[in-house]
Structures are given as structure tokens and as C-alpha cells.
Design a protein around this ligand. Sequence first.
Ligand SMILES: Cc1cc2nc3c(=O)[nH]c(=O)nc-3n(C[C@H](O)[C@H](O)[C@H](O)COP(=O)(O)O)c2cc1C
Ligand code: SF4
Length: 674
Amino acid sequence: MTAYPKLFSEWRIRHTTVPNRVVFAPTCPTWVADPTEGIFTDQAVAYYEERARSGLGMIIIGGTIIHKEALYSELNFPGLWDDAQVEGLARVAEAVQRHGTRLVTQLLHPGLRAMNVVNKDPAYDHDAEWWHVAPSQVPPGEYPNAPMPKEIEHHEIAEMIEAYGSAARRAFEAGLDGVEFHMAHGYLPWQFLSPLYNHRTDDWGGSYENRLRFSLEALASIRAAAGDDKFVGYRINSASFWPGDLEMDDVKQIVTDLDERSDIDYVNISAGVHHSFIHTPMTYEPGWERGYTKAVKEVTKTPVLLVGRITHPGVAEDILQADEADAILLARQLFADEHWVQKVREGREDDIRRCVAANYCWRSVISGGRVQCVYNPVVGRERQWGEGSLSAVAAGRKALVIGGGPAGLEYARIAAARGHEVVVVEREAETGGHVRWHAQLPKRSEYGQIAVWLAAQAAGNGAVIRTGENVDEDNLDALLAAEQPDHVVVATGSHYRRDGWQGQTAQPLPGWETGNCVSWVDVATGAVEPSGSVIVIDDLQDAMAPLTAVKLANAGCDTKLVTRWPMIGMETIPEVYYLWVRQHLYEAGVEVLPDLFVKEIRGDAVDFLNVYVNDITSTLPADWVVMATGRQSDNDLYHALRRRGVSTEMIGDAIAPRTTYEAVFEGHRQARKL
Ligand SMILES: Cc1cc2nc3c(=O)[nH]c(=O)nc-3n(C[C@H](O)[C@H](O)[C@H](O)COP(=O)(O)O)c2cc1C
Ligand code: SF4
């Protein structure tokens, strides 16, 4: 008897029975060797099978390009514009359906959001076009100087509508159960629908009827390929969160009309367009989109699929029981834990590697890489590291791990799971390392779950974790004598310097000794409590300096955030946190001052120079100066161990300061080698 009866109940889409209501949401399927060929590799087969094997009801493969002139390059998307792409998809279908999971693919034309970077590569086809089409010449509004599309001509509209149909035909030739028409998120069909993008005066623009025409005809073309047997759904966002774009009432009207005028089998509702909150920040409530699906359910007879920050099955069950949706989509949660369904079925909810919504996954895709999770290194490596690959060792060794940050904890988790004896010693009262620092900033507490989960799993696998135990050269020999380890892993991380050391001058900031200079970590952890006028110096461009400034401003400090860069938060953009960070800064009343570099710190004042015109100088009062500047590795112990001839290695930031992703990855990889 499951605690989630509705979640694990069968349901039907058209003539197809789906074994349960847990669906892998469409997410960028980055498992192709070459974005211009768009052919799935063995990596795709293993990635999707790993998730199907755990018992998913249905998988919707994400954006699959329907036309060669609509490449989203250099993002690694698959395509269905060519018969050569069928076989790779068929192999995925076979692997997924073997486990009873239904397989769907999402048909995508990005329209004015297509990117044709690869088309311009001199090594690529010289006949490829260097433009993309959209209903009207309107550029994407979310970034400066965005490429202006070509206004699509009538014969090209016909060609694209036909391309949706032939892409669907190829999907069914590959054996898929259904296809999904991507109408959401500001891509081509949405561009036709939205007066923001569609300024046409012909039959394809102007009136609502004309703006709906493209979707109706594309869906008809897809249905012709599907016949009666296969199912056809569509995805549309509810709210767009973008001024002038379509909102919930418009979408309800569209759903009503598609229900009556096209032969569709489900509606997949998301929220936000491409450049607003689709993959929402960690402060959004799980299931926050339930109001939208509830509203859509009032106007459609077809099943309605919900998405949005779902990590715990209890929320999913509650939404289904309330009849606010018919199935639950998980996107990021199934990157973070491919075995979510299995764990839920087995009542092992506490073992779920919970998605913390930090969006490292989106960063990895949007920068032209493959989907990666900040603390699940198995993603994309299922062939090597998938289920069953953690072989138990014949004779366990004893590993001493110094440092209980993400690298050390992941090492302990994996090594202990393989049957090694593992002892972790952590200097601080709590484990977590830099993850814990991040989590102590305002609105970032969810990030701490990474360390909480790693520590609990490591301990659950049998690792002994001791906190509040500092190891240095003085007590190292005594520790080695007491523990008698076979191997010592140095996972001692790195520290943020409080002298303002950074890459511009590769020196500390002049005069730092005269001021009340601390690092952002000192503020985040509460080691210091600044007051009065505070300057936060941001050299890093991630969320840490802004959120430290927010914390200080909320505590009553007169806070200024100063950077030598042209803006703050540049590194938060690929994680879709810039908007969020900015909102918090404005709400807290933090003043942001770009283009300034510290000339000199003079006690309670700081002199700045303009980085572009050095003669322009200014001075600000500073009772405190908080540095979000350079970091350096803490690895003295590694060298001390080497000198002693002890078997040792370094992992994570102790090697070179990087992100949680590299730390966890190295912990994982090295523990497999012990
Ligand atoms: C890396 C990544 C890739 C995504 N790719 C797609 C896509 O191809 N098509 C789509 O409709 N939505 C895509 N999404 C949006 C998700 O389907 C989903 O709506 C969103 O992540 C919110 O769900 P979640 O909170 O469960 O992650 C993507 C999201 C992420 C994080
Ligand atoms: S990277 Fe972060 S947001 Fe993405 S799946 Fe992993 S935990 Fe979730």
C-alpha cells in the first residue's frame, strides 16, 4: 500500500494507458554528438533508461528541433528534421518502453530565439542561412543587440507547418507513444500567438483568430502524422511574467479554443516565458503553479499536467487529490535524483537527493554544455556510473577524510557505500564547508540541503563523521597514529581572503590593514556583525556579495555594493538568478556602484578610482569593508602528508577553488577508485 495512491494510479491519454502520474518534464536533451546533426548518442539511451527503470509513468524528451534552419546552436539539441535522426531516438524508445514508461518528444521551433552560431562556423555548410524566422521583425527583448529575425514568408510558414508534421512522423517511426507541440516559453508558436511579437497584418497576425492560426494548423499537421492511435499534447505557459505578453486569461481562451478546434490529448501547463521564471529560484514554494492548472482544468476536457519545484511526493499527491492536475511533472528533481520514483515507492523519501533549485543545470545547458546537476555527478555518466555500478570491494581499506565539505562528504558517501571504512574529521562544529556558508545568506538556506543530504547519506552508508576536530601539522602525526588509515583524503577546501586579494592586481587591496576588513563569509556566518556604513567589494559576480549586502542592509547598515565590473551579478545570469538578486537588492535599499576599484583603504574611508578613467576618483565612508574577492586553497596538510610518505590525495577546492559541482564530482570519482 503506497502513501501516494493517486500519484501511483494509472491514467489514460487518448488510447494509451500511463502506469502512474509521475512524468519527467521536457528538459533540454543535450545528448547528441553534434548539434548540427542532432542525433541521439548512447549517452541519451543510458540517461533516459536510468530514469525509466526507476518507474516513471512517462518521459517527455525536451525541445527537439523540427527544421534544420531552426537550430538552437550551439546548444546540443536533438532534431527530427531528417530521417537519419530516427534511429537514435528509436534506441531511446526501446530502452525506455522496456520498463513500461511511455515516451513522448517535444517538437520545437525557437523562432526568433533560434541561435545560429554554428551556421557561421567556416567548417560548417556554407549554404546554411545566417538568419532565423519569426512572425515579425521583433528582436528578443531579454538581451541587448539581439539578432533581428527575418519576417517569415507565407511559403516558409507552410514549410514549418509541414515540418511539425514530418518531425512527428519520424517520432512515431521511432516508436514513440506521443508527441508534444511546444507552444510555450516564447518560441515560434507563442510568437504567433502573442501581440508582443506578432505585428503582422496578413492572415497570420492582427486578430486573435489570425494569431491562433499557426498553432491550429501545426497541430493539424501533427495529428495527420499521429493518426488516431498515437497521442498529441501541447505545452503552453500560463502566466508569462513579462509586460505586454500573454497572461492567464489569454491562455485560458487559447486552451478553450484548442480543445474545441483541434484534436489534442493533453495540456501541459508551465509558467513563465524563456526569459522570466520558468526554472524558478529556491524561494518558490513546491507546487506553486497549482492555481494555474486548476484554472486550466476548468476549460479543458483533456488531462492537465502540472510542473513547478516539486521535490516531495506529498505535495504531488496533495495536488492530485485536490483535482488541481492530472499528472505531475518533475524537471530538475529528476536531474538531481534519477531514482526519485523508486525511493518514493519504497518509502525512502529521506533518501531523495532533493533539488535545491540553484540552476547549475541550466547554466550547464545555456553555456553550450550538457545538463549537469550541482550535486549529482551521475547525470550523463549513467553508462559508467549508473545503477549497479558501485561495486562492493572485496577487502575494505580505511580512508581518513580531512574536511567535511561537499567534496569530503561525497567521497565518504561513495567510499563507505563500497564497503570501505571511512572516518571524516571536520574542523567546524558542523559539516558542509562552503555550502553551509552559502546557505547562511538570506533566502539561500535551501542550498544547505546539499550538505545535509551528503552528510546523512555518508553516515547512513557507515562513514563516521567527527566535527569540531581541527587537524594541523602539530596534531597530524597523533591522528595518523590513532587512526592508522590506508589512505588520507585532503578535502580541506579554500578560504576567502579578507585583504581584498584579487586577479586585477594579484595583490591585496592597498591599506586593507588599516580598515575593518572582513570576508563575506565572516558576515554570512555571523562571525562579525558590522554596523554603520559598510562597503561590500564584489569581485566575484555571483550571488554571494549581493546577498551579503542584503543581509547587512536588513540589519540596518548603510550598505554600498561596489564592483570594478560594469554591473553586479554577471555570474548569476546563466543560473537565472539575476532578476531575483536584483529584486532583493532594490528591496533592501542597497546602492550598487560599478566601475570602481579600490585605490586605498584609509581606516574608516575608502578611496576609489574609476577603472576606465583612473583620474576620476571618489571616497566613501566605511566603518567596515566586506570582501567578496579572491579565494585560495587550504592544502598544507596534503604537502605535510606527502612529506611523510603517506598515501594521500587532494579533492575539491583544496586543489583549486571552484564550485560545489567540481567538489562533489571529484569526491565521487576518486571514491570510486579507492
Ligand atoms: C536545464 C533545463 C532545461 C529545460 N528544457 C526545457 C525544454 O526543452 N522544454 C520545455 O518545455 N521546458 C524546459 N525546461 C523547463 C522545465 O520543463 C520545467 O518547466 C521547469 O524546470 C520547472 O520545473 P521544475 O521546478 O520541476 O524544474 C527546462 C528546464 C531546465 C532546468
Ligand atoms: S543543479 Fe541545482 S537546480 Fe539543477 S537539478 Fe541539480 S540541484 Fe536542482
